[in-house]
Design a protein around this ligand. Structure first.
Ligand code: AP5
Length: 201
């Protein structure tokens, strides 16, 4: 099973991805986590990404497409994967389509978590509190605001990209975590019309 999870910062992509990988035995491909590992390890990608991420901006498309291209060829992705935080621009969505085509693979679902923006800052503040001293460098109110601006400008059009292709399913990310999981399960098992079905949002 190959799934894309879309949604703004704090919408619950990571939370739901963790459940999907457990249930379906698939790999969790979070570009945010991969980039944070690269930053911590001071790899060339990490050195390029560190300042950009701290500002709340997007790492260049060619860098993240390269990271994903390497990753989806690895053995743990043979059974499928959840993409969490990728694609984040229309160019990345096009890059992903091209990558999958070359590998003769298709997406099974593109799920968008819809949320009220006012709730997101509180959620991210909650996460930062939970992680204490290990809080993410970009989990402060000023950078979260920037991340939301970037989301609206660069990533919201990705939902439109998949909606126009009849591939987008929207789930109410404001529900309690278990209910969001249930809605995603419903979206994944919905009978398909055309390639995808369900609540094209
Ligand atoms: P990334 O790591 O992807 O962060 P993000 O998209 O901003 O998302 P978050 O991790 O903040 O939130 P989430 O949606 O996973 O929510 P979570 O489940 O944690 O990206 C970070 C940076 O890396 C980017 O800004 C960019 O610089 C760079 N980057 C990454 N990918 C890139 C790409 N493709 N291209 C270019 N640059 C890229 O939940 C948040 C909190 O809410 C938790 O405490 C959780 O417990 C709680 N919660 C979750 N669901 C619910 C619920 N239903 N009800 C109540 N609380 C909930």
């Amino acid at each position: 099973m190959r799934i894309v999870l879309l949604g703004p910062p704090g919408s619950g992509k990571g939370t739901q991805a963790a459940r999907l990988i457990e249930r379906h035995g698939i790999a969790h491909l979070s570009t945010g986590d991969m980039l944070r590992s690269a930053v911590a390890a001071k790899t060339p990608v990490g050195l390029r990404a560190a300042e950009i991420m701290e500002r709340g901006d997007l790492v260049p498309d060619d860098v993240v497409i390269g990271v994903i291209s390497d990753r989806i060829g690895q053995p743990d992705c043979a059974n499928g994967f959840v993409l969490d935080g990728f694609p984040r621009t229309v160019a990345q969505a096009e890059g992903l389509s091209a990558l999958l085509q070359v590998k003769d693979l298709e997406l099974d679902a593109v799920v968008e978590l819809t949320v009220d923006e006012e709730a997101l800052l509180a959620r991210i503040e909650g996460r930062a509190r939970e992680t204490g001293g290990a809080a993410r460098a970009d989990d402060n109110p000023e950078t979260v605001k920037r991340r939301l601006d970037v989301y609206r400008r660069e990533t919201a059009p990705v939902a439109d990209y998949y909606r126009e292709r009849g591939e987008l399913q929207s789930v109410d990310g404001m529900l309690p975590i278990d209910d969001v999981t249930a809605q995603i399960d419903g979206a994944l098992s919905a009978p398909q019309t055309g390639k995808f079905a369900g609540t094209s949002g």
